[in-house]
Design a protein around this ligand. Structure first.
Ligand code: ADP
Length: 175
């Protein structure tokens, strides 16, 4: 499933965020300490090797909605953009904080002149954000930012299972 808006392609695929060979940057659904863990952070840190956690150490902690960038180390990508999404029902206002995560990640991508970036579904795992609501916020935020983008041309959503892919594809088609 993909959609082009003003020259920027948004696509949804099923897969593993740690094995995206053809994008310059991948986004980490990070924890505040920028350490390895479960879910996306675990997958990315395992694939990147210990150098990633070392580079992250002086950048931590980060706040909900904030994003920071590191190199990709042993990943297939040049950069990792680490976003701390909101914990659903705790970090308020959660919709704005989630939107900030996407906005700040894309601003970093522009700063670094990155043309392709892959996102996981931030906050929808351990942080409990309902997938449909989160997908709606993600796509609305991205479509609002697209007019400001110059270097980013491909925005990929990498979903871990079929249900999440379906939900994202549906929300994207309604954009
Ligand atoms: P958060 O703490 O922000 O909720 P998680 O990593 O727990 O982040 O989960 C975010 C989403 O990413 C969930 O939908 C989860 O199923 C999914 N996910 C987990 N591992 C991977 C992976 N290796 N690649 C892509 N998505 C993943």
């Amino acid at each position: 499933m993909e959609k082009a808006i003003s020259g920027v392609t948004i696509e949804c695929i099923k897969g593993d965020i740690a094995s995206q060979a053809d994008v310059v940057a991948v986004v980490n659904a990070a924890n505040a300490e920028l350490k390895t863990g479960g879910g996306v952070a675990g997958a990315l840190h395992r694939a990147a090797g210990p150098g990633l956690e070392e580079e992250c150490r002086p950048l931590a902690p980060i706040q909900p909605g904030e994003a920071v960038v590191t190199g990709g180390h042993e990943l297939l990508n040049d950069y990792v953009i680490h976003c701390l999404g909101p914990v659903y029902g705790r970090d308020q206002p959660e919709d704005e904080l989630l939107a900030n995560s996407y906005r700040n990640a894309l601003e970093i991508a522009e700063d670094k002149k990155i043309d392709s970036i892959a996102f996981p579904a931030i906050s929808t795992g351990a942080f409990g954000y309902p997938t449909k609501e989160a997908a709606k916020i993600a796509f609305e935020t991205i479509s609002n930012i697209i007019p400001e983008l110059n270097t980013v041309k491909t925005i990929r959503f990498v979903l871990f299972d079929e249900d999440d892919l379906k939900i994202h594809a549906e929300e994207l088609s309604q954009l």
